[in-house]
Design a protein around this ligand. Structure first.
Ligand SMILES: NC(=O)c1ccc[n+]([C@@H]2O[C@H](COP(=O)([O-])OP(=O)(O)OC[C@H]3O[C@@H](n4cnc5c(N)ncnc54)[C@H](OP(=O)(O)O)[C@@H]3O)[C@@H](O)[C@H]2O)c1
Length: 264
């Protein structure tokens, strides 16, 4: 996979949300393939520590861009910071919800900020980075989404809706760009052992269960299957198969989603 990735997509990759968890694992895997990486995140010490580690381990160029992806000028700033390099691989990873509560228990600005980071910025980044890939007929895009996208569910309203947006956006771009040699993958994750998940569970007094997916396994599998879009359901028996709730009437799917979240 290693040499092939650099030949196919190089010379630069961007990971939005690339300083820990799944994003850092993507960045390591991309760098290990000899592709230089741009890492985006808010917390500068975590971002710089991750960048230093990648430089030391893989010897590629690493650029850091500290910004909040929910800000309205975030993608414009990222485009500026990468204007002098050819970005052939783009991963939009940032997207978790820090706390799942009923819709009205969060203030509306928090919901709107999530929508900007998980929808507006994803769309703008896909447009700004995907456009040049289509033009040069070479590239790869991964949009990370979630099983929360399969149906609505209590305490998942804004998060699930944004993840459904990402899933449909990636699938649509796959359909449009497949004839242009640009691979697009909608990467659907279940529970994955990241710092963000651990913080969310700790806030509820819970710990990460044993046996859940690891960030490195997610990143390795997704990069290996980047050409197998439109959708990869990580950990499913049939990762390119149907939605696990697809056979249910919508009402039953929504109730099942609500129950599964409440039980976690
Ligand atoms: N972990 C799971 O169990 C799970 C399950 C299903 C789906 N997913 C999906 O997998 C993806 C990764 O999840 P994750 O658990 O690793 O947590 P995450 O918080 O989505 O991602 C962590 C990375 O994103 C950065 N980030 C978060 N918000 C940002 C913002 N507003 N602006 C810039 N950077 C930001 C973080 O750095 P800073 O905090 O320093 O900004 C860090 O680098 C998400 O799209 C999530 O929806 C995760």
């Amino acid at each position: 996979m290693t040499a092939k990735l650099a030949d196919k997509y190089g010379p630069w990759g961007v990971v939005a949300g690339g300083s820990d968890g799944v994003g850092a694992a993507f960045a390591h895997r991309i760098a290990a393939a000899g592709i230089n990486v741009v890492l985006v995140a808010r917390r500068v010490p975590v971002l710089e520590a991750c960048a230093d580690e990648i430089r030391a381990e893989h010897g590629v160029d690493v650029r850091t861009v500290a910004l909040d992806l929910s800000a309205s000028d975030a993608v414009a700033r990222l485009v500026d910071a990468t204007a002098d390099v050819e970005v052939g691989l783009f991963v939009y990873n940032a997207g978790a919800d820090d706390i799942s509560v009923p819709f009205l228990d969060k203030d509306v600005d928090t919901h709107l900020s999530l929508v900007r980071r998980n929808c507006g910025a994803v769309l703008e980044a896909a447009y700004r980075f995907g456009g040049p890939m289509v033009e040069r007929e070479r590239g790869g895009v991964v949009l990370v989404t979630s099983g929360a996208a399969w149906a609505g569910g209590a305490s998942l309203a804004a998060y699930g809706a944004t993840k459904a947006f990402d899933l449909v956006l990636a699938e649509s771009l796959w359909a449009e760009w497949r004839g242009h040699n640009v691979d697009v993958l909608s990467l659907v994750l279940g529970m994955t052992d990241t710092p963000s998940l651990r913080r969310t569970l700790a806030a509820k007094g819970d710990a990460a269960p044993d046996g859940i997916a690891t960030p490195d396994d997610v990143a390795e599998t997704a990069l290996r299957h980047l050409g197998d879009g439109p959708t990869w359901i990580h950990g499913a028996g049939d990762p390119t198969g149907p939605s696990p709730l697809g056979a249910l009437p919508r009402r039953d799917a929504v109730l099942a989603m609500s129950r599964s979240w409440a039980e976690e």
